[in-house]
Write a protein that binds this ligand. Sequence first.
Ligand SMILES: Nc1ncnc2c1ncn2[C@@H]1O[C@H](COP(=O)(O)OP(=O)(O)O)[C@@H](O)[C@H]1O
Ligand SMILES: [Mg+2]
Length: 308
Amino acid sequence: MKKDPTRKCEIWAVGGGKGGVGKSFVLSSIGMSLAQKGKVVMVDADLGGANLHNFLGLSRPSLSLTDFFERKIMLSDLIVDSGIANLGLLTGAIGSIGAEGIKHSQKNKFFNHIKKLDTDYVLIDLGAGTHFNTIDTFLLAEKMIIVITPEIISIENMYNFLRNVFFRRLGVIFTEHGYRDLIMSTWQRRAEYSINNFKQLVDFLRQQSTEIAGIINSELSDFKVHIILNQARNNQDIMIGNSVKSICLKFFGIHSLYSGYVEYDELVSRSVNQRQAYMKAYPLGRCAREIERITGNLLSGRQVSIIK
Ligand SMILES: Nc1ncnc2c1ncn2[C@@H]1O[C@H](COP(=O)(O)OP(=O)(O)O)[C@@H](O)[C@H]1O
Ligand SMILES: [Mg+2]
């Protein structure tokens, strides 16, 4: 089919730093839910430990992103059928290359090809860690989604991940506007200026000139992060999403949206072991209902309403 040159897909990416919180399960399930609304391509960009296919009930596809990076095969030729209508999968690779093995030119080519995919939505699953290639892929997305669990380690990882994301974004903006030295020198002298976090840095930079304040306002004001809390076991856990919102505002000066929570459900690992996608095997399961709600919230920009 001939591609419409004006068409641009919307990119959603899931990150969060820590491995094992459920990024791949949540993203694959959102992908299945979203496929009822439009055409979706899921990209497993966890290059070291790709496993998105497991959550779709598929065995490892023979073609992967390695063929794009090492054999220069077009991305569109690497999309495999997921067995679910409207949903394609671009799988990552195990072992051969990690995020750190991708060169700058390869990354740019990868991003350009992703943006040109003939689909409505591209959903990118990121590996753990804060390598700048992972951060840049996250920043490519129109919807930046963080998955956390109610554990303190996961929240610390999220904080660390977001700090890297925001600094990288600020660094790029300031470099583009010719202010790279200012941000570097301010950060080096942060103790002198009593700057302890990203918000204080941004506030300090804003005060330097009206031009800089203007740059920050126009580039960072629409910066939004969507939070999903996974493996909730009780109402107290569910409330943690709200605390994370407060953390984002206090330390980063960024408004985040609590897009929803997913309960802990043993059927998640059972479905993987049965080589079935949870959403297909247990469409009436707790997680399925919650994922449907989250997908709706992500599309509309609504947030979860907390019940005390
Ligand atoms: N809501 C949930 N309830 C129960 N188990 C879950 C849930 N979400 C994820 N899991 C399990 O947690 C493990 C890690 O999930 P995964 O999506 O691979 O994490 P990540 O992509 O963040 O490394 C998997 O074994 C998965 O089956
Ligand atoms: Mg994963």
